[in-house]
Design a protein around this ligand. Structure first.
Ligand code: SAM
Length: 478
C-alpha cells in the first residue's frame, strides 16, 4: 500500500470512528462533506489566478486534499480544533506532495480556532464545511462569540469571518444550513455579504446530503468585491428552483395587504387563556367555533366536519364559551376577533385562508387574523391570498425559514406586507370567483379564482399549475 492509500485509509477509519461516536460528533459539528459537493465548490472557487486557499474548519482535509490535487499542496491552508483530524489532514497533504516538510505542513494546517487563527492573512478563496452548531453548543466550537452577536448558527459566523479573509475578487464558498437563506438570525451575515460582494451561485438540495443528519444544506458562492450585491431578503429566491417553486415576476401595484386590513397574530396568553373555556360538541348558546390552523383550507373551513387538536386534546367541534371569556382577561381580545375577517393558517402548502363573514369564529394560535378596514374587501382579500404568483413569491422568499422548505409560513407582519395586484379588473373578477368558491364549496370556482388571480399578478399557466397541485393536498381542488 502506498503512502497515499495508507493516509486515506486513516482518514476513512477516523471518520468511521466518529460516526460510531455519534454524540461526540454532534458536539463538534463534524459531518463530512460528500466528494461531489467538494468538487462543486472547488469548480466555482478555484478559478484562474487562485493560488492560496483556506478551509478554516478542515477536519481530516477533504477540501484541502481535493484543492491540493488541483493547485498543488503548497497552496492550501486549514485549521481545526480537533488535533487528531489535523494530524490526518497533514499526513494526507504530505502524501500528496512528498517535497513538503512536516514543518511547512504544520504551518499550513493548524490546530486552531478557525475564527481567529488567520488574522491579518488574505486568501484567494475560503472553502469548506464549517460546524453547524446552535447557540447552546457554541463553547465547543471555540471562540465564535468573538464575532458579532446573536447568530443562531456558528456556520454563519464562519461565513461572516471568511469575508474578511478573502482578497477583493476572491471567493467564499462555505456549506451552510438551508436556514441561512431566510432565518432572521442569519440576517446580519446576509447583509454583510450584500455590502461586501454578491452571491454568484447557490447549491442546495431538497434532501439531506450529510450521512446521519436530517439538516438541509446549501452553499452560497460569494464573490467578494462584486459590486452587484445580493438582496439580503432575496436569497430564498435563488434556491426556489431546487424546491420546485416556479420563478415569478410579480406585477403588483403600490399598495399592500396592510393598507386594506389589520393583520394580527395571537400568542400564548390567548392560547392558554382559552383552554378552560373550550369544550367539544356542537354550538351551544353564546359559543364561538374555535378555528385551528388544521381546519383552514383555501376558501374553506372544515370546522365541524373534521376533528382537530387543541391544547393536547382532540375535538370534533371545539366551541369557546363566550360568557366565561367575557368575564375574564380575554374579553376585549374576543370582542376584537368576533368581527368579519379572514383567518389564515399558520403554515401550509399554499396560503390557506378563509372568510368569516359573520364574525362568528375565534382563531387558535398560530392562526393569523386579517380584519379589513372595509368589510366590502373581505372577498377581494381572499382572492389576493389565493393568488398563485403571490404564494410562489412568498414560498421562495421565505424558503429556509420553514422546516418543510417550499411550504408557506407567514407572520402577521409578512402577510401585511404582501403586495396587492396591479390588474384591478382581474382582481375584481377573482373576488367574485373566490366568494363563489367558498360559499358553494365549488372546486371549479376555486381553480378559476387561481387562474384569474395569476393573471392579476402577471403570472401564467406554470405558476397556476404549481398552486393547484399543492392546494389539492387536502383542499377543495380536485
Ligand atoms: C462539518 S466538519 C467539516 C470538516 C471538513 N470541512 C469536511 O467537510 O471534510 C466541521 C469541523 O469543524 C471543526 N470545528 C468546530 N469548531 C471549530 C472552530 N472553532 N475552528 C476550527 N474548527 C472547528 C470540527 O472539529 C470538525 O472537524
Amino acid at each position: 500500500m502506498g503512502e497515499r492509500q495508507r493516509v486515506e485509509a486513516l482518514a476513512v477509519a477516523y471518520e468511521e470512528r466518529l460516526a460510531e461516536q455519534r454524540e461526540g460528533r454532534r458536539e463538534r459539528g463534524a459531518f463530512y462533506t460528500p466528494p461531489h459537493l467538494v468538487s462543486w465548490v472547488l469548480d466555482r472557487a478555484l478559478g484562474p489566478g487562485v493560488s492560496r486557499v483556506l478551509d478554516p474548519a478542515c477536519g481530516t482535509g477533504h477540501f484541502l486534499v481535493a484543492a491540493a490535487r488541483r493547485l498543488g499542496a503548497r497552496s492550501v491552508h486549514g485549521s481545526d480544533l480537533d488535533p487528531e483530524a489535523v494530524a490526518i489532514a497533514r499526513a494526507r497533504l504530505l502524501a500528496e506532495d512528498p517535497t513538503l516538510t512536516p514543518e511547512e505542513v504544520a504551518q499550513q494546517v493548524r490546530v486552531a480556532d478557525g475564527l481567529t487563527a488567520w488574522d491579518g492573512e488574505l486568501f484567494d478563496a475560503v472553502v469548506g464545511n464549517p460546524p453547524f452548531l446552535g447557540q447552546l453548543r457554541r463553547r465547543t466550537a471555540g471562540r465564535s462569540d468573538a464575532r458579532p452577536a446573536a447568530y443562531t448558527d456558528t456556520s454563519a459566523v464562519f461565513l461572516h469571518r471568511a469575508l474578511d479573509l478573502v482578497r477583493p475578487g476572491g471567493t467564499v464558498a462555505l456549506v451552510q444550513p438551508l436556514s441561512v437563506l431566510a432565518a432572521r438570525d442569519a440576517g446580519p451575515v446576509r447583509r454583510a455579504v450584500a455590502e461586501r460582494g454578491a452571491v454568484s451561485d447557490l447549491w442546495c438540495s431538497p434532501r439531506p446530503v450529510f450521512a446521519g443528519t436530517a439538516v438541509l444544506t446549501c452553499v452560497p458562492v460569494v464573490r467578494v468585491g462584486d459590486p452587484a450585491g445580493t438582496d439580503p431578503d432575496g436569497w430564498g429566491r435563488l434556491a426556489a428552483p431546487s424546491f420546485g417553486v416556479p420563478p415569478v415576476e410579480l406585477r403588483a401595484g403600490d399598495r399592500v395587504v396592510g393598507d386594506l386590513a389589520t393583520c394580527t397574530a395571537d400568542f400564548r396568553d390567548q392560547y392558554y387563556g382559552l383552554v378552560p373555556h373550550v369544550s367539544d360538541g356542537g354550538l351551544v348558546d353564546s359559543g364561538a367555533p374555535l378555528v385551528t390552523s388544521g381546519l383552514i383550507e383555501p376558501a374553506a373551513c372544515e370546522w365541524g366536519s373534521r376533528s382537530t387538536r387543541f391544547a393536547r386534546q382532540r375535538y370534533d367541534a371545539p366551541v369557546v364559551h363566550l360568557a366565561g371569556v367575557r368575564a375574564g382577561p380575554l374579553a376585549s381580545w374576543a370582542a376584537a376577533r368576533l368581527v368579519p375577517k379572514l383567518l389564515v393558517a399558520g403554515q401550509g402548502r399554499v396560503i390557506e385562508a378563509v372568510v368569516d363573514e359573520q364574525g362568528a369564529w375565534l382563531p387558535s394560535v398560530p392562526v393569523v387574523t386579517v380584519v379589513p378596514h372595509d368589510p366590502g374587501d373581505l372577498w377581494r382579500l381572499l382572492a389576493v391570498l389565493l393568488a398563485p404568483p403571490l404564494v410562489a413569491d412568498a414560498a421562495a422568499r421565505y424558503l429556509g425559514a420553514v422546516l418543510t422548505p417550499g411550504s408557506v409560513k407567514l407572520s402577521a407582519r409578512q402577510l401585511a406586507a404582501l403586495p396587492l395586484p396591479a390588474d384591478e379588473d382581474a382582481w375584481a373578477e377573482g373576488a367574485v370567483l373566490a366568494e363563489r368558491a367558498q360559499r358553494h364549496r365549488d372546486p371549479a370556482a376555486l381553480a378559476a379564482t387561481a387562474r384569474v388571480m395569476a393573471r392579476a399578478y402577471g403570472g401564467g399557466a406554470e405558476v397556476t399549475a404549481w398552486w393547484l397541485g399543492r392546494a389539492g393536498g387536502g383542499g377543495q381542488v380536485p
